[in-house]
Each structure stands twice: as C-alpha cells, then as structure tokens.
Design a protein around this ligand. Structure first.
Ligand SMILES: [Zn+2]
Length: 477
C-alpha cells in the first residue's frame, strides 16, 4: 500500500517583486532558483487588491489578503496602525495550526501581537514590540531591531553600528547562524568598512541583515520542522522605492551613480534568488513552494515628495519641542510616527492639539497630518507638492512655529533616503511549484485572495473557513 503523506507548504514572500524585473533577469540566467520554479511550476500575474477609494496598493492590507483569502473589507485590516488583534478572520497559519500541524512564519506582516500556534512566529518589523511565539525566541527580534536601528541611524557611523550588530554574535551562535555565515558576514563587514558612501554602507547592511534573517529562519525550520512555513523579505520593496531611478534612468534623466547604487534593484533580486536557493536546498522535496509578492512595483517619475531626498520625523526632538507628556513615546511605523503612552492609556486631546498647532512659518500651513486614534496619535509630514511653495523651496530652510516658539525644519526632520522613484503597482507575482502542481504552465486571472485557499488545497487541508478567493487551476501534471 502506498503511504500518502500530505505535502508541506512553504511561502517565499518578496514584497514589491514584479515580473518587469524578474522576466529579463531570469531570461538572462541571473535568477537560477526563480527560473527553476517557473520552469517546473505554474506562474503568472497576481492581481493585488486595494480598499475601495484608496489610490495605493498597500502592503498592510495586501498581506492579510494573501494570508486570509479575503478582501480588505472582510479581513478588516486597512491601515498600518491596525494590528492582527483586529483581524476579523483567521489566517491560513492559524487554520493550519488548528489542524494540529506545525507552522513557522518569519517576518510575515500583520501577525503581531503573536498568537499561540504550533510552531513559531517571528513578526515583521511593523510589530510594536519584540514579542514572538514562543516567547523564548524574542532575542531574534532584538537582533532585527538592532540592525534596523543601524540602518536608520544616518548620523552615527554605520561601521560602528555593524560591529554593534556583530556583538549580537551570541544570539547568532545560539541559532547556528554565526559559523556557517562567518565568511559572508566578514566580507560584508569589509565592504561596509571600505564603501565610499554612507548610502552604499546602508545598502550593504540591508543585504547583510537579510542574509542573517534567512539563516535564522532556516535554523528555526530545522528545529520546528514546520508543515507550513513562510519567509518574507522587504529588500526588493525597500530598494525599488529608492533606486528605481537608476534602474530605468531614461524615465528620470539621472546621471549614472556608483555601481552599487546604479545596480541596486538588480542586486536586490539576485540576493533574493540567492536566499531562495539557500532555503530550497534545505526543503523536503515533498513541499509545495509558493513565490509571491503582495503588489508589484512601477516607476513613479512624478513623486509627491520634494527635491532629491525623503525626510522622516525626528520623533524625539518633536516630542521635546511640542512639549508632549513625558509618558508618551514615539514608535516609527513606515513613514508615520505613532505616539503612545507607555502605560497604554488614552491620550489626552491636549496632546493631539499640541501636534496640530505646529505650522510652517513660510506658508502658514500645518506641518503635520495628525490622526487621533485614542490610544495613539499618528503623525506624518503634511508637505504636499500641490502647495507650489514646497515644490520650489529647500525644505531644510523652512521654519516651524508653535505658539511663540520657532525651530528650523531640519531639526524636526532627518534626511532619510532618496526620494521615492517607484511605487506599488497592481501586478504582483506568483509561482507555485511542487508535488501535485502543473509543470511549466502559466495562468491568468489570479488574485492575491486566491493564494490562501489554493495553498490549503495543496496541503490537503479541509476547512470550513470561507474565502473571497478561489482555488487556482494549478493542480495536475
Ligand atoms: Zn513599499
């Protein structure tokens, strides 16, 4: 009698991946692992979704669409400051864990606060604290936050910060990541030390961080042997937003930059392919592999941002200047800052009014968009390009006033990255490969809400859960 074992499922999530970059690179033989999945599986465009009336395809709504098989209106997560606690339907990770199987997710968005599951859950960088499931894995998030801090810290010396990250060696050794990766970490440290510019060092750190995360994920898989697992990388999304101008220079008229900057987008895809290869090598052959992105990416020649640089709020300085209550602390979330009380209590409306009262002296316009969410105040710069003055001004020369006090804009803002030159697009990517999946086929008409029901079917899991998506026509030989 033939023993039938249900396949395992592994989802490799590549935020912001698009066929526009993958196809030419794969055809040129530069993405061998992705190529192998395409040739031996089913692939196609995956239509992303956005909430009605929203102009952008947003990761915070799209990832829950992937994991629940439901449209934004039915899973209920529409903004960055929502958390998994507000998700109205279970994710496939929860559904699979409920059948008694093991699940392991690394950096899957919107799993924070982590729930008890059979297996592990390391929430992504949007998480509000370093909680993981099980709690003893928290030191992994610590490492992640440490290197995130290193990436964000432009004022400090990135070289010192990398050494600081490397002092996390104890953590890495505990997860068997240090010794297998020592060579690549040292090469990375050397490249950081000799990189010509802060920008190149930042990119190198991003790459090193991803390679570490991949190593940690592999060690967790070795220990937990998950039947269903997922690893998500944001490298492509991060780099595409900032460096697309060099990827399609004809749309931007940019002068050529240093090779690491000019080829940043291509290098990010190559790094992703490399991680995929490392993971596939360690996967059981009875595994259905899904390569997905939550949205695509396309050039955005007319950005809503100003000049060459993107500015982020200097949250600590703002707290001081606005005179916010000492119990209120800043938590950066993507391009926003959330101010929350350390005791979790409601925030007094007087605090909201303080932030609303900051104005740009030169225009008389409020400096921030301020959203009062009761337990947190969400703040974002309000410097739209439709105000002609901002289009021409050097933002660093602006003055900000609050009551009778004044401060320079450059004190409340930190020059962070290159201005955005690409933005999320509808056409995402999916590739399915493995036992029971058609080989070398392409499929049209897939949507991100179809992935969850299709994966459950691939794993042979019956469920009473309801989906907005359909099971894709990917099964056969
Ligand atoms: Zn993005």
């Amino acid at each position: 009698m033939k023993l039938s074992v249900q396949p395992r499922v592994f989802v490799f999530g590549v935020s912001g991946a698009t066929w526009d970059v993958i196809t030419p690179l794969a055809n040129a033989g530069r993405l061998p692992n992705i190529r192998k999945l395409i040739d031996g599986g089913v692939s196609g465009v995956l239509a992303s979704v956005r909430p009605e009336g929203d102009k952008h395809f947003r990761p915070q709504t799209a990832w829950p669409c992937l994991s629940t098989g439901r449209r934004p209106e039915s899973h209920g997560i529409l903004r960055y400051f929502h958390t998994a606690a507000e998700m109205q339907v279970p994710s496939i990770w929860q559904l699979i864990s409920d059948t008694g199987r093991n699940v392991g997710t690394y950096s899957w968005p919107m799993t924070w606060p982590p729930k008890e599951i059979n297996g592990f859950d390391i929430p992504c960088y949007h998480a509000r604290d370093r909680r993981t499931w099980p709690p003893e894995l928290e030191d992994i998030r610590n490492l992640d936050r440490q290197s995130a801090k290193a990436v964000l810290d432009r004022e400090g010396d990135a070289r010192l910060r990398l050494l600081e990250s490397l002092r996390m060696a104890q953590v890495l050794a505990r997860y068997n990541v240090l010794y297998p990766m020592a060579g690549s970490l040292l090469r990375s440290a050397a490249r950081v030390a000799f990189s010509a510019s802060a920008e190149e060092r930042t990119l190198e750190l991003r790459h090193a961080k991803q390679q570490l995360a991949c190593g940690l994920f592999l060690d967790l898989c070795r220990r937990y042997q998950p039947d269903a697992s997922a690893f998500v990388t944001f490298l492509v999304d991060y780099i595409s937003h900032r460096y697309w101008r060099y990827h399609e220079p004809e749309k931007f008229g940019e002068a050529p930059a240093a090779p690491a900057i000019r080829n940043a987008v291509i290098n990010a895809y190559i790094a992703v392919d490399n991680m995929l290869g490392r993971i596939l090598q360690r996967m059981d052959s009875n595994t259905v592999v899904a390569f997905v992105s939550e949205h695509g990416m396309a050039a955005e020649p007319d950005s809503t941002e100003h000049g060459d640089w993107h500015y982020v709020i200097n949250a600590a300085r703002l707290k001081q200047f606005a005179g916010l209550d000492e119990h209120i602390h800043a938590h950066p979330i993507a391009r926003w800052v959330a101010y929350r009380r350390d005791d979790g209590a409601l925030i007094a409306s007087a605090e909201v009014e303080k932030l609303q009262s900051l104005v740009v002296v030169e225009t008389g316009e409020p400096l921030f968009q301020v959203f009062n969410q009761q337990h947190e105040i969400i703040v974002k710069f309000n410097l739209a390009t439709d105000v002609a003055f901002y289009r021409q001004a050097n933002l660093e020369n602006l003055h900000i006033a609050m009551a009778d006090k004044q401060i320079g804009f450059s004190e409340l803002a930190r020059r962070n990255d290159r201005r955005r030159s690409a933005m999320h697009a509808e056409d995402a990517v999916f590739i399915l490969h493995g036992p029971g999946i058609k080989r070398g086929a392409s499929l049209q008409g897939a949507e991100i809400i179809d992935i969850a029901p299709t994966l459950l079917c691939a794993a042979g899991i019956q469920t009473s859960a309801v989906f907005d998506g359909k099971v894709l026509d990917v099964f056969g030989s």
